[in-house]
Design a protein around this ligand. Structure first.
Ligand code: NAD
Length: 498
């Protein structure tokens, strides 16, 4: 892939025209109450645009448009092959505009342009394309009944889906929801994060060009406490699909209970353990993966390998290898295609993450690598790779989601201790095990309480496998055919054959 150079992206950024309105019923509109909010570029420390700020009034309009088209059946009752053709067109248009999407994503979040181009945008396109291609291959069932009965079991679209997404992978996570929800025939109201609405709002135009009927996709940037809450409390929304913090996830369950008992699907926080046994075949590879597992995307990854559990006998050589690989994550200008570590989402979040480093030190951890001093030091949103050692499981840095480039290292002796430490968490999103002992790998995989267990890799995977968490990391699963379960109702038709 051609990543161009810094000047190319700087020039494009200067001439960028950014859509800053809501997308409702196939049209771009100002917010009904006329309010706006600023969208910032955390690396350039400048305001990119004033974005229309959706409120409960706009949510009502969007849900009505979504409901009307759902009941008309233009999309919900179309043949799956027809929905497939439209979504494949959308994927092709996203591909055609991938540089524009990648630039918007990098300006909005501070993530490196090479990652937006290589991971975020292609991943988003893959999700739309994967579900488009899958949907005309999903069959219903005939139940094994007696001779005088025919019982059909099939899936129907659930209706109006509210999708609420965070800022760390804005378009990718939105498309993990949009792919299966739209392919299954639903109408969607998408609320992107107020910190990163730009790629979502750009998608409205592409959906229109692809021929998605008006009202099938509506996009409402706005604050969580207003637009997000209104969507979650809405009586005419049939299902909510959410990615974000555990705190807000719990609130959404309350909103569902207070309103119409809409289905609530949650992908929430994580505190994943990356476990390195002394019998790991390739320590250097494990160290490289451990570094990428926590420092990629500036550590703002739900499934980041934030807790490193290393067998005591190999701690010293492992830490040396880790230091070498951490050094490859030097913070730099996100628009430079050479950069592999950009800025955190904003100054406030950066301060929160730095606060965790202080807390760790005050609770007895040691600083093995300090990311608070780096060449981009004049900008407050930059924080380099940081490694805390001598961490134990009672410290806040071992228990709470930091969501930044801070690795907490704890030592263990033997399988049982590793398992106990790894499972001693209120989260259960991911876990990794590095070992050359096949039986140990399987024993650990069976007993780790996590939605995904990686063996001798960290965070590999593709669209074919489900993604989601145990415990307070959420419920339901994104990706794979299992994601369709969230966006469909299962219907039985019991027919008497007289
Ligand atoms: P957040 O929970 O603060 O916000 C997520 C979304 O919810 C935003 O769009 C926000 O506006 C909205 N929101 C906030 N309050 C709301 C309310 N009262 N009602 C309705 N909507 C509301 O999370 P964030 O800071 O944007 O993202 C970081 C979090 O996301 C981390 O905890 C991370 O682990 C999690 N995450 C999880 C996954 C996963 O797949 N499990 C993936 C990525 C991120």
């Amino acid at each position: 892939m051609d990543f161009h150079n810094l000047q190319y992206w700087q020039q494009r950024a200067l001439s960028l025209k950014i859509e800053n309105r809501l997308f409702i019923n196939g049209r771009y509109l100002q917010a009904a109450e006329g309010k706006t909010f600023p969208v910032h570029d955390p690396a350039g420390q400048r305001e990119l645009v004033q974005m229309a700020c959706g409120s409960h009034v706009d949510i009502d309009l969007a849900v009505k448009a979504a409901r009307d088209v759902f009941e008309r059946g233009d999309w919900s009752q179309a043949a799956p092959s027809q929905r497939k053709a439209t979504l494949l067109k959308l994927a092709a248009l996203m591909e055609e505009h991938q540089e524009q999407l990648a630039l918007l994503e990098t300006l909005d979040t501070g993530k490196p342009i090479r990652h937006s181009l290589r991971d975020d945008i292609p991943g988003a396109i893959r999700s739309i394309r994967w579900y488009a291609e899958a949907i005309d291959k999903v069959y219903g069932e005939i139940a094994p009944t007696g001779h005088n009965t025919l019982a059909l079991i099939h899936r129907e679209p659930i209706g109006v889906v509210g999708a609420i997404v965070p800022w760390n992978f804005p378009l990718l996570l939105a498309c993990w929801k949009l792919g299966p929800a739209l392919a299954a025939g639903n109408s969607v109201v998408l609320k992107p994060s107020e910190k990163s609405p730009l790629t979502a709002i750009y998608l409205g135009d592409l959906a229109q060009q692809a021929g998605l009927p008006d009202g099938v996709l509506n996009i409402i940037p706005g604050y969580g406490y207003d637009a997000g809450k209104a969507l979650a409390l809405h009586h005419d929304v049939d299902a909510l699909t959410f990615t974000g913090s555990t705190l807000v996830a719990k609130q959404l369950m309350i909103y569902a209970g207070e309103s119409n008992m809409k289905r609530v699907w949650l992908e929430a926080g994580g505190k994943s353990a990356n476990i390195i046994f002394a019998d790991c075949a390739d320590l250097d590879k494990a160290a490289q993966n451990a570094a990428a597992g926590i420092f990629y995307n500036q550590g703002q990854v739900c499934i980041a390998g934030t807790r490193l559990l290393v067998e005591e006998s190999i701690q010293q050589p492992f830490l040396q290898a880790l230091r070498k690989h951490a050094a490859t994550f030097a913070p730099g200008n996100p628009l430079d295609p050479q950069t592999v570590m950009g800025t955190l989402i904003d100054d406030q979040h950066c301060e929160k993450v730095a606060g965790y480093i202080e807390q760790g030190l005050s609770q007895g951890a040691s600083l093995f690598l300090d990311g608070r001093h780096h060449p981009q030091g004049q900008h407050r949103s930059y924080l380099g790779p940081t490694i805390l050692t001598q961490v134990n499981n009672t410290m806040n840095v071992a228990r709470e989601e930091i969501f930044g480039p801070v690795l907490a290292v704890t030592t263990f002796n033997g399988e049982q201790e590793a398992l106990k430490l790894a499972n001693d968490s209120e989260y259960g999103l991911g876990a990794a095990v590095w070992t050359s002992n096949l039986s140990r790998a399987h024993r650990m995989a069976r007993q780790l309480k996590a939605g995904t267990v990686f063996i001798n890799n960290y965070n590999d995977g593709d669209m074919t496998v489900p993604f989601g968490g145990y415990k307070q990391s959420g419920n339901g699963r994104d990706k794979s055919l299992h994601a369709l379960d969230k966006f469909t109702e299962l219907k039985t038709t019991w027919i008497s054959l007289e």
